[in-house]
Ligand binder design. Structure first.
Ligand code: KIV
Length: 258
């Protein structure tokens, strides 16, 4: 059965941990879906596999193109698509236009927006009222890299309180789930206890209702990865060896065999 936003909330109530990963094309999405991943995020972190330094340059057109490809590979998982930098911060109208294109053109079920400051909460509340399922994202928000870097957030009492209050405000605005990125585990635990919607952690310790990682990190495809990522296999090495073997066989006229 296809995963829904309501299902995620039920899983939180049942204490069943939610498995999430990112995907950027049909082939990866098909593998993740078949392996039983519950939520597939077409994250703007795919900027890295497209060769960008940060998530900032990625465009709405690129997100639409990749989300459509992901959609074709998925039968069960819930698909959430990131709204890229400055395609939703300007006004509610801009956010509605961008979210509308994503839901209408890609067949994804939800969008994710970064930030829990008052103007963003207001935008999200209006999107939700209009029928757009929204996932929140607080803590380290990579679209603000030039303001906050990629450091752990919420380390002081004041910063921790701000993140907790943002998460509460986002829940009140109607988000169905919130990503907590790179914050102390105790803070993530507190936020998770306070909310009735599921928290999905990345670099936020073991107490969240689910976990997400960037798939290119998990597969060892990224040139570098954040300290909290776990690399489960080294595809850079595997691919390099396979390609080197192929090149040797072609040059030695061993492939194809006559
Ligand atoms: O873009 C992304 O991959 C994300 C995750 C880090 C949650 O937003």
């Amino acid at each position: 059965m296809a995963v829904t936003t309501q299902q995620l909330i039920q899983w939180k109530q049942q204490g069943r941990s939610i498995v999430a990963l990112t995907a950027w094309n049909y082939a990866i999405a098909q593998l993740l879906d078949a392996a039983g991943v519950d939520l597939i995020l077409v994250g703007d972190s795919m900027a890295v596999v497209l060769g960008y330094e940060t998530t900032l340059p990625i465009t709405l057109e690129e997100m639409l193109f990749h989300a459509k490809s992901v959609r074709r590979g998925v039968k069960r998982a819930l698909i959430v698509v990131d709204l890229p930098f400055l395609t939703y911060q300007e006004s509610f109208q801009q956010a509605m236009h961008s979210a509308g294109l994503i839901l209408k053109e890609t067949g994804a079920q939800a969008v994710k927006l970064e930030g829990g400051y008052p103007a963003m909460v207001e935008t999200i509340a209006r999107l939700v009222q209009a029928g757009v399922p929204v996932m929140g994202h607080v803590g380290l928000t990579p679209q603000s890299v030039h303001q906050i870097g990629l450091r752990q957030q919420g380390k002081t009492q004041e910063a921790a309180e701000r993140i907790l209050n943002e998460a509460i405000a986002l829940e009140q605005a109607g988000v169905f789930s919130i990503v907590l990125e790179h914050i102390p585990a105790d803070l993530a635990n507190l936020v998770t206890q306070k909310l009735s919607i599921p928290t999905i952690g990345i670099g936020a310790g073991p107490h969240c209702d689910g976990q997400v990682l960037v798939t290119s990190d998990v597969l060892g495809l990224s040139e570098k990865h954040p300290p909290f990522a776990k690399v489960y296999t080294n595809l850079r090495e595997t691919i390099t060896k396979a390609v080197e073997n192929y090149a040797v066989e072609v040059r030695d006229r061993k492939f194809p065999q006559s």
